[in-house]
Design a protein around this ligand. Sequence first.
Ligand code: CA
Length: 203
Amino acid sequence: MTYSKKTQGPSEQTEPTRRKRVIVWICIALTAFVVLIVLHSYDPPVRPTFSPTRADLRSLSTGLEAYFTDHQAYPAWSADPDENVYGPLVKNEPAFRGQPTFMSQSGTRRIQIVTSPVAYITEYFSDAFAPHPEAPFSYWVTEKGDGWIAWSPGPDRDYDLSIHNIAKAYDGPTTRSSSLLVELTFDPTNGMESSGDFCRFKQ
Ligand SMILES: [Ca+2]
């Protein structure tokens, strides 16, 4: 007696088998749909670049020197949030507390500032790397008043230069950075991974 093996053609699939295939195709379609939605909605974080920061620091440098020409002094700075332009931001961002920057017009002393009444710069530039998007650069003038340094915390958004070390890092006009300044400032050879701050100073 011989037996022939009978294969099951598409038209001969049983109803349960057909239902399983339909369910599998529906699952595949749903998965593909979800993946497409996720890919479409994914918005990679935009990292600030250094070009605008570098350009803003250059413009700031021009404004500071114009101010010096008229006043024989650089604009006042303060590390006290009651006196400086970081003041309104300190409540939500403690990183600005004690960080030196431009003295504000509403400070306790009546002072000439760099934006008013004469606009040596039209506004304090926003530092794209600061812990708050509206924060300007940090800023400090040497005790002798002969030099200034302005800086951004850099890609790690954490200030390496502060009121506690700035006098040791920058000692006035020089063409050569101190070893401490080199250590604490951004190194382009490390790409965006460098933790150092990004600065410009009177040379
Ligand atoms: Ca830093």
